[in-house]
Structure formats: C-alpha cells, structure tokens
Ligand binder design. Structure first.
Ligand SMILES: [Zn+2]
Length: 277
C-alpha cells in the first residue's frame, strides 16, 4: 500500500483535494493544501473573496487564487461573499512538510559570494522582479492543472535548505529538472510573457503570467524564445534548457509564485514528474 505521504513526495499530489465544508457549501478550494501549494478557489459567479482578510480578484465566473508560503504554519481564512449577500468562510491549516538539506558544490564562486557591485546588480534585478509580480491580470489559466514544462531528472526539490560551495543559502524555491542543454521548455498552461531577459543568478530568465497573481518562471535557459507581451498556449515552446547563471550543469529551475509568495509548481501539475527522454 502506497502511503499518501509517498504519493505526495512522488508528485502524484497533483490530484486536487477539494476542501469543502459540506454538500451545501458554495466555496470549493482545490490544491494539495501543503506548505508551498497554490490554492484555486471556485465561488459562485459574481462573488467576492478575501484571503486572511485581504481582497483577492475573482473572475466573473468565480475563480480566484491564493497560496501558502513554504514555511507557513498558521491557518488561513479564505472567505467569499456571494452576489446575494451570503458569506462563507473556510479556515485551512497548511499541511506541514519536511524539507531536506541539499549540498551543491562546484558552483561558480562569484555566484555564491558575489562582489559588492554584483550584489547591487542582483538587488536591482530582484526589485524589478518583485514589482512585476504585483501584476494582477484577469486571465484564468492558473485554474487549470499545469503540465511539466520539460522532462528530466528531478535534481532539486522545493524548500530544501541549500549549502552552496559550503555556504548556507536561502531555501531552494523551485524544482530543478536536469536534462541536456537545448531541451525544449514548454508553457505549462496558457500565459502572457511578462519578462524575458538575462539575470545574474537566474541566467536566461522568463516570467509567465497565468492570471490573478499566479506566475511561473524559468531559469538558466540557453535560449529564450518568447518576449514580453507574447501570449503563449499550453505546450508552446518558450525556451531551451541551459546552465546560465548560478548552475553547475544544464537544468531547468522551475518556480511558481502567487504574487510574491513563492510556491512549489510540482504541487500544481496534473501528472507525476516525467522521466528523462
Ligand atoms: Zn534550482
């Protein structure tokens, strides 16, 4: 018998677990409800919604997004107010995850202990990224299960404590898929391209906007094949796997955000991790 814990670890967690109070509930929440997972809300058309008391955008057909940070332990209040004035609140406690320690050696030392000039550059790049992640577009691609953007060997998981070249770093906030340089990277669902450029740590970097503050991003690419403003459909090629930026070998670092809350994209995919071709 395979335990639920093992299923979660293997990526089968994608099966959304509906959190609903009872059969008369008009609020349905889907997601794995773990630390780092995206939550998709389904409310009646015309409803408004809040997350921890803060308003979130709801599409005309009742879809909204929210999520748990990687280290959140306190329960979240997710509430809707329907067009007829009735309200419903759900209190959801994130499922706590255990994160491993991962040691990575052989990184270019300048990317682990950068010079003051490079630190300024990194800060400026990250400020622009944080600003871009305030975008709250009306698209609802986020509500569909995501495809894996590329096959590969999962060489890094979300939330692990990283020790790079012996230096303790902030936790790893994405999924690493190792595969040959040049392997195509596909859009996991529909999106508008918000950024596509070369960053110091991230290397060839692309940020996709799936709507309502849900973004995915792609790092270390050897080629970027889309530009800001482009609309991409599920499966469209957006770039190629590479080892640009802080990387020891060719891999895709795939990340997800709900605004500036960092999420684990492997908890929103509809299938387990694909094997290397
Ligand atoms: Zn990574």
């Amino acid at each position: 018998m395979i335990s639920r814990r093992l299923l979660l670890a293997s990526g089968l967690a994608t099966l959304a677990i509906p959190a609903r109070a009872d059969s008369s509930s008009r609020l349905i929440l889907t997601g794995t409800m773990e630390q780092g997972s995206l939550i998709v809300g389904h409310a009646p058309p015309g409803a408004t919604a809040t997350f921890d008391g803060d308003a979130v955008s709801v599409s005309p057909d009742g879809l909204f997004a929210c999520g748990f940070s990687w280290d959140r332990t306190k329960p979240a209040d997710i509430a809707i107010r329907c067009a007829d004035g009735t309200r419903e609140t759900r209190t959801v406690t994130p499922i706590v995850r255990q994160y491993d320690v991962q040691r990575v050696n052989g990184l270019p030392q300048s990317t682990v202990t950068p010079s003051p000039e490079i630190i300024d550059r990194i800060k400026a790049e990250h400020a622009r990224l944080a600003a871009a992640r305030k975008t709250d577009s009306a698209h609802t691609w986020f509500a569909e299960p995501f495809d894996w953007p590329a096959p590969g060997i999962m060489s890094g998981v979300f939330g692990s404590y990283r020790i790079d070249n012996g230096v303790p770093m902030s936790p790893h906030m994405g999924v690493d898929m190792a595969n040959a340089e040049g392997t195509p990277i596909h859009a996991p669902t529909g999106a508008i391209v918000l950024m596509s450029e070369e960053f110091f740590l991230e290397g060839g970097f692309t940020l996709l906007d799936h709507g309502h503050g849900v973004f995915t991003y792609y790092m270390h690419q050897s080629a970027r094949l889309v530009k800001p403003g482009d609309q991409v459909g599920r499966g469209d090629v957006i770039g190629k796997i590479g080892k640009t930026g802080r990387a020891t070998g060719p891999h895709l670092h795939w990340g997800m955000n709900w605004f500036n809350v960092r999420l684990d994209p492997s908890r929103s995919t509809k299938t387990p991790v694909p094997q290397k071709a």
